[in-house]
Design a protein around this ligand. Sequence first.
Ligand code: FCB
Length: 462
Amino acid sequence: MKFPDGFVWGAATAAFQIEGASDVDGRGRSIWDELCDQPGAILDASDGSVACDHYNRWPEDLDIVADLGLGAYRFSIAWPRIVPLGDGVIEQRGLDFYSRLVDGMLERGITPYATLYHWDLPQALQDSGGWTSRDTARRFADYASVVHQHLSDRVTYWSTLNEPWCSAFLGYASGEHAPGRTEPAEAISAVHHLMLAHGLGIQAMRANSTDSQLGIVVNMYDVQPASESPADLDAARRLDGQQNRWYLDAIFRGTYPQDIVEDYRTFTDFDFVVDGDAECIAEPIDFLGINYYSSFMTRGLDAPKSPLSGERPTPWVGCDDVEFVDRGLAKTHMGWDVIPDGLTATLERVARDYPVPSIYVMENGAAYPDEVTDGRVHDVDRTNYIEAHLKACSLAVSAGVPLDGYFVWSLLDNFEWAWGYERRFGVVRVDYETQERLVKDSALAYSAIVRANRWSPDESSA
Ligand code: FCB
């Protein structure tokens, strides 16, 4: 594998998934606290109130990042810790927590990569419409500005949103994620307001300082048709459009893809789009973050399938006639196909089709049902997954893709949303009874790759 000088090696987490301490230091409730209280919403009926207790154990967690030789850590800031009621009243203790966390990173030589929104909307904003309300986008920009003013003297890299597709379509169409709505029209309005929040957030941070590196993180998939039949090609067009092009076209071309706009007209008249929104969303960014886990092969059916009883509606609006083909590939514990080639294809496609200055893989990793044997976790599958995807990254780099870094998901086993603690993505195991951390074999393997490829300014000048 070959990686360029200065390539950034990191691990990623998100606030709600690890912090716990959900009613400490004035934190307000988020839509995820609310969803966790709904019977049946979370597989193991768990919640984020304790999670990995990272709010208290962060020094130990940052020590692990440093011990593994990682130069960067991607974390998210919990909006309800900073603006508990979403209104404008700032909770200083929330800012102080992230200030300590950032100082802790810098003391250990770890570069912070901050994400402003990883799905934990203040519940008070949900009560007034959540992402279906334009006001939420403005509130986001105010919140982004406050945090940025507070930390941008020490944090250079800022992402506005993590995976707006998930917030909008898992949150408002399939209802698997908070706020648990199943209204396709709301999902389309939500995705627009999320993108607007991104643009307004970039503008607000740019107005504070021009030294920051600003971006957004999207989840992408390589989508292949099952055959060249018109129905299969159209299924792939729709999936790719909803999942990939919607975001990249808006950001880099200043327009939503026209074919998907037409498809969505069955559900909405887009009366929530205002003149000037497109320009705002296309505010120039410094980097694009890509989260990559898997890819899809799609087939178009003759007629829409109605969901089986108990099954959730599809998050791909209007795609009830799209079937996902089982290619017989190895799967992770999430049931997601392992397709490293799809990562190379995705990176090359983004670099070819869009004027993107810099790309980071901001998340990549896999859940497997780990076992502890003699005090070790021999997670061979996860190790292989990470190595294969790093090779995929290295191929993209050789092909000229401006890939500047890779963050493994995740540093720790954590609260995997609707799956609760039943899916383990960490390269470090968390024993939820004792909160003990155990470095898995995958972390050691990743660390060895990082050390072999790490570049430091001292070495280069020697
Ligand atoms: C991504 C999320 C992250 C984690 C991984 C497995 O979609 O950004 O929080 O849940 O999936």
